[in-house]
Design a protein around this ligand. Structure first.
Ligand code: UDP
Length: 318
């Protein structure tokens, strides 16, 4: 069962699971997801993560990939109750439903936001977790929940801490990508500017202590990310009562200006930009160490920044 399987990452994970021969049930309340993003071959349960028990039982679910969440940093600062209620309360209800239904394998969408302003890059999983907003704090709370459920109730759990996810899944029968009502991410915004759907892109600060003065992030293709979920799911089938935390990133950084160069290379057009003040809480550099994911899950990312931008561009045009 994939919660949030009508959303960006959950839909690509669902399609990747199906392509690998798994049977998939998508649970999604469509609060931010899209019905047409649920792959046709998946069963669909249009409900909340707080009502998962009958879905688990009726579909003979063996394992859960839990992607459903609220994920807007600014919204989490303005309306934290939504994040504690949905991300923490909702996840607790889901774990309790799993316990009642006897399902003890889970892969969870965690985030690099749990680290806050990391003292050292690349960021290891052992780095201090100090989230700088309620979104990151809510995800970290669930990571702790999973550790305790592994110890007390024998859950086999993996928290995947995503860095900057981009790109799309484009195949002859399925096209899945980012379609957020409120778009805050760099690559889709830059592509909207190129497409004439926005006048310009604000570069949030150009005087960071980085080679070109703009923020550096670790971008990872959503297809590479989805493949890591399959590896993690396999891991939960062989591990005992254990909670594994794994960063998912390329292990390399790209600045905002480098991303904009990739947008120009792919589309042939340089997006119009304006230099703007920094966005509150944006650290200068975030780069993952992916050594653990490579070693324990046997996973490695294979797709470049240009492929991410190219796939996102083709998806947005399709
Ligand atoms: N960014 C930017 N302008 C935008 C959106 C993002 O300059 O309109 C920068 C942002 O400061 C960060 C990087 O692009 O350094 C990636 O931001 P995004 O929101 O895509 O992901 P985040 O790193 O916040 O998870």
């Amino acid at each position: 069962m994939v919660t949030g399987g009508a959303g960006y990452i959950g839909s690509v994970v669902s399609a990747t699971l199906l392509a690998a021969g798994h049977e998939v049930t998508v649970l999604d309340d469509l609060s931010t997801g899209h019905r047409d993003a649920v792959p046709a071959a998946a069963h669909f349960a249009p409900t909340s993560i707080t009502r998962a028990e009958p879905v688990l039982r009726d579909n003979g679910i063996e394992a859960v990939v839990h992607c459903a969440a609220k994920s807007l940093v600014a919204e989490s600062v303005q309306s934290p109750q939504l994040y504690w209620d949905n991300n923490v309360g909702g996840s607790l209800a889901l774990l309790e439903a799993m316990r009642a239904a006897g399902v003890r394998r889970i892969v969870f969408s965690s985030t690099a936001a749990v680290y806050g302003q990391a003292a050292e890059v690349p960021i290891l999983e052992s780095a201090a977790a100090a989230p700088s907003n309620p979104y990151g704090a809510s995800k970290l709370a669930v990571d702790h929940m999973l550790t305790s459920y592994a110890v007390a109730y024998g859950f086999s759990a993996v928290s995947l801490r995503y860095f900057n996810v981009a790109g799309a899944l484009l195949s002859p029968d399925v096209q899945l990508g980012e379609r957020h009502a409120t778009e805050t991410h760099l690559i889709p915004i830059a592509l909207q500017v190129v497409a004439g759907e926005r006048p310009e892109l604000a570069i949030y600060w150009t005087a960071y202590p980085t080679p070109d003065g703009t923020c550096v992030r670790d971008y990872i293709h959503v297809r590479d990310l989805a493949e890591a979920h399959l590896r993690a799911l396999d891991w939960t089938g062989t591990a005992g009562a254990e909670h594994l935390v794994c960063n998912l990133g390329s292990g390399q950084g790209n600045s905002v200006r480098e991303v904009l160069d990739a947008v120009q290379a792919v589309t042939g057009t340089a997006p119009a930009v304006r230099e703007a003040p920094n966005r509150a809480g944006d650290p200068a550099v975030l780069i993952a160490s992916n050594t653990r994911a490579r070693a324990v899950l046997g996973w490695s990312p294979t797709r470049s920044l240009n492929e991410m931008v190219g796939d996102a561009w083709r998806f947005s045009r399709a």
